[in-house]
Design a protein around this ligand. Structure first.
Ligand SMILES: Nc1ncnc2c1ncn2[C@@H]1O[C@H](COP(=O)(O)OP(=O)(O)O)[C@@H](O)[C@H]1O
Ligand SMILES: [Mg+2]
Length: 287
């Protein structure tokens, strides 16, 4: 059967619908004191795909991620994970929902005194009652996936930045999470190591079938890894769509950001720090 093609040119298979959304944000706003960080952000993260949220530094990408895992709460709007609103949840339910997430933090967040094997095994020891033998099998499988089998005995201080990231990824995936979140996975890596990590991200996503959610400002990297993109700019989500849809967009903010040009609505200050929130009527095009 031929897939249904929508006016936007997307087929049903490419079109994110709330029905197959694993994470949904509905009108999420977040502010600290009088500073608005996120304003009325709405999008659905399609299940089993890789989604990246892009934005200049300081736009609130990490704040967004913390709201999704319930470390921060939105001031307005709601966030649903697998259709469950996490806002009104008790700590206990929130804990249950958090188990669906594996997180790769910016610096890998490995324990410096534990070797890579123990770092990767850590969530299994904390959250499961698996035997040493089962743990060994799982850790080895993960290490194989990220190419670290020969380095498991080393301490984080003895390996390269790229290897630390890979160990962080193995640890994020060791409980077989439904969703893997990445906060700027490229940070501190040279472009070649980023390209290698991206290959690994694509392979790992394909092998696990999990939903990968990446926040970053690295355009070449997300062009390799992501199926869907969202762009945050001056507190608002300018647009969310498939990578092809975003690439074809003639919205000046999207064009400038995706091409990395100095010329356009995004000023130098905004690349470094926050501007005032963009009034919604000023958004050139919305999704
Ligand atoms: N807990 C907090 N309290 C007050 N301000 C915060 C807090 N967390 C983040 N911010 C501010 O929110 C803005 C967005 O931060 P962040 O999400 O870290 O940006 P990025 O897009 O670079 O990840 C920054 O101006 C930061 O200073
Ligand atoms: Mg950040």
């Amino acid at each position: 059967m031929r897939p249904v093609r929508h006016r936007s040119g997307e087929t049903d298979a490419q079109r994110p619908t709330p029905g197959d959304a694993v994470i949904s944000l509905r009108g999420v706003s977040k502010w600290f004191g009088s500073t608005t960080i996120l304003k009325d952000v709405t999008f659905d993260v399609p299940r089993g795909k890789t989604t990246a949220i892009l934005g200049p530094s300081g736009t609130g990408k990490s704040v967004l991620l913390k709201n999704i895992i319930g470390l921060l709460r939105p001031d307005e709007g709601e966030i649903l994970v697998d259709g469950e609103a996490i806002g009104p949840m008790s700590e206990r339910d929130l804990f249950r929902v958090r188990r669906k997430f594996g997180v790769l933090f910016q610096d890998g967040a490995l324990f410096g005194s534990m070797n890579l094997y123990e770092n990767i095994a850590f969530p299994l020891r904390e959250h499961t009652r698996k035997s040493e033998r089962e743990i060994r099998t799982i850790v080895h499988r993960q290490a194989e996936l990220v190419g670290l089998v020969d380095h498991l005995g080393k301490l984080p201080g003895e390996v390269s930045g790229g290897m630390k990231k890979r160990a962080g990824l193995a640890r994020a995936m060791v409980l077989d999470p439904e969703i893997v979140l990445f906060d700027e996975p490229d940070s501190g890596l040279d472009p070649v190591r980023v390209a290698h990590l991206d290959e690994l991200v694509v392979t790992a996503q394909r092998e696990t079938g999990a939903t990968f959610f990446i926040i970053t400002h690295n355009i070449p990297s997300v062009m390799r890894t992501a199926d869907y993109l969202g762009l945050l700019f001056r507190s608002r989500l300018v647009r969310f769509g498939s990578k092809e849809d975003m690439r074809a967009s003639d919205n000046p903010v999207i064009e400038q950001f995706l091409s990395g040009k100095a010329d356009g609505p995004i000023g130098m200050d905004e690349m470094a720090e926050r501007g005032d929130p963009l009034p919604s009527q000023e958004l050139p095009v919305t999704a």
